[in-house]
Write a protein that binds this ligand. Sequence first.
Ligand code: AMP
Ligand code: ZN
Length: 432
Amino acid sequence: MECFDRAEFLSREELATVQLARLRNVVSQAMRSPFYGARLREAGVSPDSLRSLDDLRRIPCTTKDDLRSQYPDGLNTLPVSEMVRMHASSGTTGSPTVIHYTQNDINLWADLMARSMHMVGVRREDVFQNITGYGLFTGGLGLHYGAERLGCLTIPAGPGNTARQLKFMRDFRTTVAHIIPSYALYFGAALRDSGQDPKDLALRIALIGAEPHTEETRGRIEELLDVKAYNSYGLSEMNGPGVAFECLQQAGMHIWEDAYIAEIVDPETLEPVAEGEVGELVMTTLCRQGMPILRYRTKDLTRFIPGPCACGRVHRRMDRILGRADDMLIIKGVNIYPMQIEQVLMGFPEVGENYQIEMEQENFIDQIRVKVELKEEFFVEDMRVLRDLQKRITGKLRDEVLITPRIDLVQHNSLPKAEGKAQRVVDNRPKG
Ligand code: AMP
Ligand code: ZN
């Protein structure tokens, strides 16, 4: 099988050897930062004391609050003259989490991105339209560098302006697009609404990621745009995208274990969960020089997919993100993940591309209201038809999440649209 670099097809034994050697290196590098210098000494961890990969667990976890407390550069291991780039995570409250990169860090990240894109069939003949935000968000420049590294003609289109995106797509015969799933749904619907047939475009691959989405959503994107859509996972703390990526099998995302160590732990005890169980993903950078991060608690919930992948790669696969440890909604004592709601909604052919979950309070009791856009052709005047649909959606949701949400069926294009990551949950409960 064609591969981008040898690390893509290492054996498990080779991977383990590479990981241990790189772990020792990265720990020694991390100790040059004020933060890890103190923290690792306190925990009694030195590079030589790491004798096997199991010793990773002697390193204390790093949290988002740790990163915030070190703003702006307490995790840097090298002077600013060695750094060539910074990015920040999309968090909206408090100090942003800032990541610094050396030239070598950028090069390795571009290689991982190129490897990921190559894995799903992107080649130098392709025309790549990058429909995500640039700027501090890592998704834009991350895939941009990967595509250029593969030799694709790269169009840094940025997000929004659907008509112009479509014009570029037609005029430059775009074959591969990088697009956030919520925008891909909107974009696909807009394309159909304008009476165009995606079969007239050259587009064949959509790289979708940066926000949680379900298998049903992927199916819709593939149908609306007449493409194969591949899930792309990453976070700024681990460079950005290119951490884990689906292969042609579309059966989970391979984690690039030569560059990262992934663990899945119980968020309460921090003990590893049993193979195949859901838990919080904890990640360690193995190759980053400028700002290594060890055992970072991502708050993303997922599981390792057991067993080998039909593609032949042994890099472990993780399931799509099932939710965030911190965006779980607790309503009447029931834990609900927004993705469960999306999964049910997207199963209804009448339901359009956008929805919003609102948390509200009535008589001091928490409730959820789900506003659901209907497809244009299904938004009829006949109240009986709408009521029947409302009842069916309510029933299915109750079966899934065990409480009864209120459902508002709203017109196509009436809910707010995000240009970046979609804001699916709005909390309207009284504060305090
Ligand atoms: P940021 O660092 O701002 O780019 O945000 C990273 C976060 O985006 C991750 O921790 C995930 O919660 C989310 N994310 C990124 N890629 C995906 C994906 N493919 N599926 C679900 N969530 C994702
Ligand atoms: Zn595979």
